[in-house]
Ligand binder design. Structure first.
Ligand code: FE
Ligand code: FE
Ligand code: ZN
Length: 277
């Protein structure tokens, strides 16, 4: 099954996202759990969540992906900000636990002046307080572009977090194609080598989702600016090799390209036509 969707606005609730996804040819989607630049979330509507759950089942959707707010920094210098991150993640996971087949993606954070190894310890210790063996939702570390002091632009950093987490069966990785290319992994000319490296360092069994984006900037630019499919430095051929790669093709793919709904609909249509089932 080719699970393909895009980022959707959650402002009209859960069920509305399912209907929107279906209307643009998607069979999964991503959404923010709360205002991406803020902290507070709307009251949880369990009836709405239940309606979506039935809808996803009926239409054979793939796992849905929630994205944590950008303001979450589990390795912030300020302990108040770290506590804020932990409180948000606990609350988000409590909400997401209503969905049987769900994942929750977050940016590992920015270490701001503290160095990577201190940051990795903060991130892992938060995960050790937050993850539980009984939760439904798989938590994903996103691969980052290495902008500023971002943690997670090297596979080794992600692995250092994973190996410090006890409940690591609830922890995986979401690979963002724009981010890894910006970070210096050449998925355009050496996709097999990059996947081998991922496998050697983290293990491909940990790879649970792909953020499918082109990049506005050249290879290794550490910029993180997404481009629409086929119009960036990765290019159409590069993107098609990713969705059709035998080691990737059964993963769920999520577009985070700069688009409104009609743009997403046409990218989804084009990618479905070029997917070699
Ligand atoms: Fe992200
Ligand atoms: Fe992403
Ligand atoms: Zn990005």
């Amino acid at each position: 099954m080719f699970y393909l969707g895009c980022h959707l606005s959650s402002s009209d609730g859960f069920y509305a996202m399912g209907e929107t996804a279906l209307s643009i040819g998607a069979n999964t989607f991503q959404f923010f759990t709360r205002n991406p630049r803020g902290g507070s979330a709307k009251a949880f509507d369990s009836k709405d969540a239940e309606r979506l759950e039935q809808f996803l089942d009926k239409h054979s959707f793939g796992p849905i992906l929630a994205h944590a707010p950008y303001t979450m920094n589990p390795c912030a210098l300020d302990s108040g900000l770290r506590e804020f991150a932990e409180t948000m993640m606990k609350d988000d996971l409590f909400r997401m636990n209503h969905f049987e087949n769900s994942m929750y993606n977050f940016h590992p954070g920015s270490h701001v002046k503290q160095g990577v190894s201190v940051a990795i310890d903060f991130i892992a210790s938060m995960l050790n307080r937050v993850l539980s063996p009984s939760q439904n939702t798989l938590v994903l570390l996103e691969t980052m572009s290495g902008k500023g002091t971002e943690v997670g632009s090297r596979f080794e950093e992600l692995q250092s977090i994973i190996e410090k987490v006890e409940c690591s069966e609830k922890l995986g990785v979401c690979l963002d194609t724009c981010h890894v290319y910006d970070a210096g992994y050449d998925i355009v000319n050496h996709l097999d080598d990059v996947l081998d490296e991922f496998d050697k360092i983290i293990g491909l069994s940990k790879l649970k989702a792909i953020h499918l984006n082109d990049s506005k900037n050249p290879f290794e630019s550490h910029k993180d600016r997404h481009e629409t499919i086929a119009n960036g430095s990765i290019g159409l051929e590069g993107i098609l090799r990713i969705i059709n790669h035998p080691k990737l093709k059964s993963l769920p793919f999520f577009l985070e390209t700069p688009n409104e709904l009609p743009g997403y609909a046409s990218e989804i249509k084009m990618l479905r036509e070029r997917y070699e089932g």
